[in-house]
Every structure is written in C-alpha cells, then in structure tokens.
Design a protein around this ligand. Structure first.
Ligand code: PEP
Ligand code: MN
Length: 349
C-alpha cells in the first residue's frame, strides 16, 4: 500500500496517518518529496480495512493497494510513464535519448574527439567510465578523478550531459560533483550500500540490470534507490548471461516491454554490452527504438582497436554516424507514437 498525502498536509496529519498504519500492524516507510510526503506501508495485515480507514483520514489524498513487492516503482503506484530530467533533457519524455561514448575515459584527446563526434551525430549525452569494474584486477581500472575532470571538460566543450559509473558508496559525493547521471553497472546492481547512498546523491541514477538478475530483482534494486529518497531512476537492459556464446550476453529485448508494463520508470537499452560485437550493435539499437525503449547507451571509440576496454563492441565515430542515420526513420515513428500516447508508446511501431 502507498499513501499519498495532500500537498500541504501538516506534520500532525502525517504523524496521525503513520500512527494509524502502525495500529493496523504495518511498518511505515515515508519519503519526503519536493511536493508531498508519500508513505509506503510495509508488512502484512488487513489491507482492505487499513485502506478504507486511511482514505478517510485527514490529510490523505490517495491510498493505493500495491500487490507487487516493489511499491514506489510499480505501475500500480504511478500510471503515467516517468520522465527523468538529466542536464535539461528528459529521459522518458518526448525525445529518444542516445547516450554515447567510450567504455573508459582514457585521455583528453580520446574523450574530446569522441564527445565532439557523437554530439555532431545526434547523441544527447556522453558516457565514459572513470571508475571501471573489471573482471581482472590487472586490467585498466579507470582514470578516476582525472577521468571525471576530463568528462567535465568534454561537457564544457560540447554541452553534452555526462553519465559515468559509480562503483562504491564512498565515491558518491565525488562522482555526483562531476556527472549529470550516476550509472550503476551490472556488477553493482545489488550493491545495496551503494543503492542506499544513491538515495540522497541529488542526481538521477541509471541502473543496469545485473549479469544474472531477473527483472524483479532489477526492480527491487530500483526500489532501494527510490525508497531511500531518490525517485529519479532510469533502468537499463544490457543483456544477461545465458548458455549462448555467439554474443557476449543475451539481450533480453522483451525486458523492455515487460518493464514498461511493470514500472513507470524509463528504460534504455545498451546494445553494446548486450552483444559484445560492433557489427551487431546497429540492428539491436533499431530494435530498441521499435520496441519502445526511451533511449540507448552505446559505446563509441575513435580508434576501437586501441581501446583499453570493450574495443570489440565499440563503434567508430563513422559507424556511430551511420547507425544514427539508419535509425532516424525509426525515431520519427517513435516520436509520433510517443506523442499520441499519454502513457507510453510501445505497440504503435
Ligand atoms: C559499461 O557501461 O562500460 C559497463 C561496465 O557496463 P555493464 O555494467 O553493463 O557491464
Ligand atoms: Mn564497457
């Protein structure tokens, strides 16, 4: 159950509602939003009686029964698709947002060249890891602070919003200072200390699906961030681990419409990690547009054969330009469908 308080509900009214909830044997999890307080009701008890009683309690605007274990992120809680603001853009809004850039920030020349190329080709955000989660401790671990500073420089030069990975709760303030969107990588999807600390980071979060995580687990992780105070969460399908070896991961393309049914949060697709192969990226990117994703996050490197990470799946700037050109008619249809749908443009394509 979720209780939305009226906009100007008093502290006494809020305390009274919490007291009533506890009287019914439930626990309270309240979130102080900018406009109103929303109270999550957790536990088991007599739902109908509690709901009826709360609906009639002063200060309550709406009491909603939510059957899913994830409450705040569920469609039951919010019917309209959420648009998340990032550096003046809206992910989940009227525009299809392409985020592009190298896997890792490697040097000033590399990130500036990439930023300029992807901006010119139509990307709206620049991606690039400064803290890298590598399978081997001997592989490049990222430029860390220097990488963050280079991302800032690329933003100043191009106006592109920045998205970069955060790996540890210890680095949240540092990364938040430099980036517009905090990326939680697949390997950290269930780093609960990190998820909790992102609740108060003051930046939107892009949460990638874990390597072997179910959609429900992804949504529970998103719920962590929201329940700790940050409702600005974007989800990302980036492929999962299966028996198939032809691709680096198996893209669960159906996860996009499944998520669109289950949650109001925007969903972007990462065709780079989902395939691991440059030649497959454009086709999957088009599929992402057609199936109703809100955007893409794509790896691009000025010289992929020299990349310190993920070169095989990185597009060249020319390849990225071509992909964007080929995607344009799909994006036009996407926009028309999105404009016609008050909740979501999925099926119309
Ligand atoms: C990345 O975006 O470079 C990355 C490490 O992705 P993932 O967490 O999806 O593996
Ligand atoms: Mn990568």
């Amino acid at each position: 159950m979720i209780i939305s308080m009226r906009q100007h509900a008093t502290k006494e009214e809020i305390d009274h509602v919490c007291e009533r909830i506890r009287d019914f044997g439930y626990r309270v999890h309240s979130i102080d939003g900018e406009e109103r307080v929303v109270i999550g009701v957790v536990g088991t008890g007599d739902v109908t009686a509690c709901l009826e009683s709360l609906e009639a309690t002063p200060g309550v605007e709406r009491a909603v029964r939510i059957s899913a274990p994830y409450k705040f992120v569920s469609r039951e809680f919010k019917k309209e698709h959420s648009a998340i603001r990032v550096n003046g853009l809206e992910v989940g809004g009227a525009e299809f947002i392409v985020m592009a850039g190298p896997c890792s920030v490697e040097s000033e020349k590399q990130i500036m060249e990439t930023a300029e190329a992807v901006a010119e080709a139509g990307a709206r955000m620049l991606r690039g890891g400064a803290f890298k989660p590598r399978t081997s401790p001997y592989d490049f671990q990222g430029l860390e602070l220097e990488g963050l500073k280079l991302l800032r420089k690329a933003k100043e030069a191009t106006g592109l919003g920045i998205i970069t990975e955060i790996m540890s709760d210890r680095d949240v303030d540092l990364v938040a200072e430099y980036t517009d969107c905090m990326q939680v990588g697949a390997r950290n999807m269930q780093n609960f200390a990190l998820l909790k600390s992102l609740g108060s980071c003051g930046r939107p979060v892009l949460l990638k699906r874990g390597l072997s995580s179910t959609i429900k687990e992804l949504l529970m992780s998103a719920e962590y961030v929201v329940a700790h105070g940050n409702s600005e969460v974007i989800l990302c399908e980036r492929g999962i681990r299966t028996f198939e070896t032809a691709t680096r991961n198996t893209c669960d393309i159906a996860a996009v419409p499944v998520l669109n049914e289950l949650t109001h949060l925007p969903v972007v697709l990462d065709p780079s990690h989902a395939t691991g192969k440059r030649s497959l990226v454009p086709a999957l990117a088009r599929a992402g547009v057609a199936i109703g994703a809100d955007g893409l996050i794509v790896e691009v490197h000025p010289c992929p054969e020299k990349a310190v990470s993920d070169g095989a799946q990185s597009l060249t700037p020319a390849g990225f330009r071509q992909m964007m050109r080929d995607m344009a008619p799909y994006i036009r249809l996407w926009k028309e469908a999105r404009a016609q749908s008050s909740t979501l443009a999925v099926a119309a394509l």
